[in-house]
Design a binder for this molecule. Structure first.
Ligand SMILES: *[C@@H]1O[C@H](CO)[C@@H](O)[C@H](O)[C@H]1NC(C)=O
Ligand SMILES: *[C@@H]1O[C@H](CO)[C@@H](O)[C@H](O)[C@H]1NC(C)=O
Ligand SMILES: *[C@@H]1O[C@H](CO)[C@@H](O)[C@H](O)[C@H]1NC(C)=O
Ligand SMILES: *[C@@H]1O[C@H](CO)[C@@H](O)[C@H](O)[C@H]1NC(C)=O
Ligand SMILES: *[C@@H]1O[C@H](CO)[C@@H](O)[C@H](O)[C@H]1NC(C)=O
Ligand SMILES: *[C@@H]1O[C@H](CO)[C@@H](O)[C@H](O)[C@H]1NC(C)=O
Ligand SMILES: *[C@@H]1O[C@H](CO)[C@@H](O)[C@H](O)[C@H]1NC(C)=O
Length: 511
């Protein structure tokens, strides 16, 4: 009994610390990438105006100025059926709709509708299972906004059928914000509909992707260089304008039972959809769309969250399609298409000697096309904690540079200090990973001091995509486990069984 109470107390304390600390974190920590491709810097900053993203991702075709023609109703859609109430109190009015137009929103794509959205939320917040209605065929310009509890009633629905666009002026972002649209501290929150959330982030990507980092280090006193390097100077000037913290488009924080379905999130300045400190998350039938060269634009980012299901979703972006960070457990990702993007990743974990705990992650029935990685686990040297119980199953890859990756030497600088401590990896299972790769089929770089344990490979069939790049053989370092079936190519480098040396157990036990 005592032990249980103590455990409970420790757990609560941990949650409090995690909640506190995560407030200061953002996806920003994950800047640098191994195998980052060089980017062309030839795009003129002047050529493209904000509304032109230089790609075809505005699949509604027309610009934002004119309203798109009325769309047929979505089949099978019935408005806002309130989920069952879990409230102890007496039953309250249900299914009350609060349309943002009634609160003064213009929806013309130019007028700032932030206040109207805030007012609609304030009204909906007071009614259990109410609905905020964002109607179709309107484009709402909304600045950074917070739909926050904790004093709201349960099970609010945010019915998004129109389009919400972000401001592109730096003035709207102050000195930098972690997110554009925030739902926080809610119990039962559903964002649904067939609408669009458009971060119009191309300005932020350009600023980063064209930034010549040497210009930030060296004072620009040499006018000769400046004149001859006008492209870089322009980037540097831009850098001075936009805050360095780039916002996530849609973020859920500290909430229970959060659902996102039906909508499209596109062109985020950074992560498209992020959950942290959430319990009970479901994401399905939705799309994330950004160009493959949009820097740091994760599809879905999970942190300190558990009981998460992501399925039936198309993710195309410039960074990880799904990124699973520290504090995540019971994550189930299936029937997802990924690409372009950097694949599905666990980590980077353990940065700056931090402790990371990740367990029970299943990723199955995924199709990846034209991604840099397939399924990847990345940890920094010097971290602690563990990743335990991971299954990657039925992953179909085509034209993927590195389909299977464990990198325990993850480093975004040129040189990272060698450190003995590491995030312990165990029980990492790969089955039915098939398709084509363009650089290296398997790359397992495990820690010297804490080798990977229980890495199993079953039904691996990876063939080189012809006529592209130079190919590499499978690589393993300090990787122990089982090869359950013959693989293509043969993965001889896997060490069968368990490491003989005494593995440091304390890390893992403390998770
Ligand atoms: C300025 O740049 C030019 C060309 O890169 C170089 O030759 C020159 O030494 C530089 N002058 C100073 C003061 O750094
Ligand atoms: C700019 O660079 C060109 C060669 O690339 C050189 O001929 C020219 O003198 C430079 N201009 C200035 C202002 O230094
Ligand atoms: C979340 O939803 C489930 C049912 O889907 C319910 O059992 C659970 O109590 C809900 N959690 C909270 C905190 O309301
Ligand atoms: C997602 O994209 C796919 C393929 O482009 C499309 O068929 C589907 O209707 C989209 N789904 C949503 C919810 O927008
Ligand atoms: C792969 O993705 C890159 C980056 O987004 C893109 O430039 C390229 O056209 C894509 N290739 C294929 C074959 O889809
Ligand atoms: C692992 O996660 C799945 C959801 O993906 C859940 O159903 C299962 O109960 C979890 N297992 C444990 C031991 O918690
Ligand atoms: C770290 O260790 C590796 C392998 O032992 C070695 O090649 C590398 O130079 C070391 N790096 C540093 C920064 O000491």
């Amino acid at each position: 009994m005592k032990e249980v109470n103590l455990k409970h107390f420790t757990f609560t304390l941990l949650i409090v610390i995690l909640v506190w600390s995560s407030t200061y974190q953002s996806c920003n920590a994950r800047r640098g990438k191994h195998w980052r491709r060089s980017r062309t810097t030839s795009d003129s900053l002047y050529k493209k105006k904000y509304k032109n993203h230089g790609n075809n991702h505005n699949h509604r075709g027309s610009g934002y100025k004119s309203k798109s023609p009325p769309k047929p109703p979505v089949k099978g859609y019935s408005p806002a059926v309130p989920p069952p109430s879990y409230d102890d109190g007496p039953p309250t009015i249900s299914s009350t709709a609060f349309n943002v137009l009634q609160f003064g929103a213009k929806g013309d794509g130019n007028t700032d509708d932030t206040k109207a959205f805030e007012a609609a939320w304030a009204a909906a917040c007071k009614v259990e299972a109410s609905t905020v209605v964002v109607p179709p065929n309107y484009v709402f310009l909304v600045g950074p906004i917070s739909f926050s509890g904790p004093y709201c009633r349960q099970n609010i629905v945010f019915q998004l059928d129109g389009t919400i666009i972000a401001p592109t002026s730096w003035k709207s972002w102050g000195s930098g914000l972690f997110q554009w649209i925030l739902f926080s501290k809610l119990n039962g929150i559903s964002v649904q509909g067939n609408g669009i959330i458009d971060g119009r982030g191309s300005l932020w990507w350009k600023e980063s992707s064209q930034l010549d980092e040497s210009l930030l280090v060296e004072p620009r006193t040499n006018t000769t260089t400046d004149k001859n390097n006008s492209q870089a100077v322009t980037s540097s000037d831009l850098y001075g304008q936009m805050p360095s913290i780039k916002p996530t488009a849609l973020r859920f924080y500290g909430s229970f039972n959060a659902t996102v379905t039906g909508i499209t999130i596109q062109n985020s300045p950074q992560c498209h959809l992020k959950f942290d400190n959430c319990v009970g998350v479901e994401v399905f039938n939705m799309n994330v769309t950004s160009p493959g060269n949009s820097l740091n634009t994760d599809g879905i980012h999970l942190q300190n969250s558990r009981d998460v299901v992501i399925h039936s979703t198309n993710l195309a972006c410039g960074d990880d399609c799904v990124s699973v960070q520290t504090g995540c457990s019971n994550i189930y990702i299936h029937n997802v298409n990924c690409g372009p993007g950097h694949g599905i990743s666990i980590g980077g974990l353990g940065k700056d000697n931090t402790k990371a705990c990740v367990s029970n992650i299943t990723v199955r029935d995924v199709v990846m096309h034209n991604t840099t990685n397939g399924v990847r686990i990345k940890t920094w040297q010097g971290g602690s904690g563990s990743v335990q119980g991971v299954l990657f199953s039925n992953i179909q890859v085509s034209e993927v540079e590195f389909p299977i990756v464990i990198d325990q030497y993850y480093c975004d600088k040129r040189i990272c200090k060698n450190q003995t401590s590491a995030v312990a990896l165990s029980g990492i299972n790969y089955e039915k990973i098939r398709g084509t790769y363009t650089i290296k089929p398997v790359h397992f770089a495990c820690s010297d001091s804490l080798p990977c344990e229980g890495v199993t490979l079953t039904n691996i069939k990876l063939e080189p995509q012809q006529e592209r790049y130079r190919m590499f053989n499978p690589f393993c370092w300090q990787t122990f486990g089982e090869l359950n079936t013959p693989s293509l190519p043969p993965i001889d480098c896997l060490q069968i069984g368990k490491p003989s040396s005494n593995r440091i157990q304390s890390n893992r036990d403390s998770c």
